[in-house]
Design a protein around this ligand. Sequence first.
Ligand SMILES: NC(=O)c1ccc[n+]([C@@H]2O[C@H](COP(=O)([O-])OP(=O)(O)OC[C@H]3O[C@@H](n4cnc5c(N)ncnc54)[C@H](OP(=O)(O)O)[C@@H]3O)[C@@H](O)[C@H]2O)c1
Length: 136
Amino acid sequence: MPDVRVICAIGRSGQLGLDGGMPWEGCPERVYTEDVERFFEITRGHVLIAGPKTVASFPYFARKDRTIVEIRSADDPQTVLESFGERVVYIGGGPAVWDVYARYVRHWDINTLPYDGAADTWFDPAWLLAGGTTQR
Ligand SMILES: NC(=O)c1ccc[n+]([C@@H]2O[C@H](COP(=O)([O-])OP(=O)(O)OC[C@H]3O[C@@H](n4cnc5c(N)ncnc54)[C@H](OP(=O)(O)O)[C@@H]3O)[C@@H](O)[C@H]2O)c1
């Protein structure tokens, strides 16, 4: 079974997404660009699996130095994860994906950004406690 992880960024009250993108998209402050840089640095060389909208949001260059795989609701999570052997696998979201895969996650890396605005997609703290029965 792989080492299953999550890296994500949330606003001050758990904002995750807005209109298919990050709620803070276009915010020029360094803290937001640093977050994107950190995401690509930490996932480099590893597997990144995510739902179709999240995969579509990754720039083309990101495919060169990490393995990006689109997952679908028809896929069996255990079979998906086992197919990556002992690699490090990041579950990229969105929320419907984390609802199902949170139970396999051992390590959550959550960057809280200084964003106070609108969102249509939210982080669910219950995901953090979902792994109790499946931890190695
Ligand atoms: N802030 C962050 O760090 C962060 C990270 C990720 C995403 N986001 C934001 O979240 C939003 C996109 O998320 P989203 O959830 O709307 O779309 P998404 O990325 O396409 O993920 C949801 C889709 O994944 C598929 N899926 C794959 N495996 C699944 C499973 N086992 N159970 C259920 N569904 C599964 C489903 O599509 P099918 O039924 O068609 O297969 C589902 O509709 C965007 O706004 C994005 O920017 C933010």
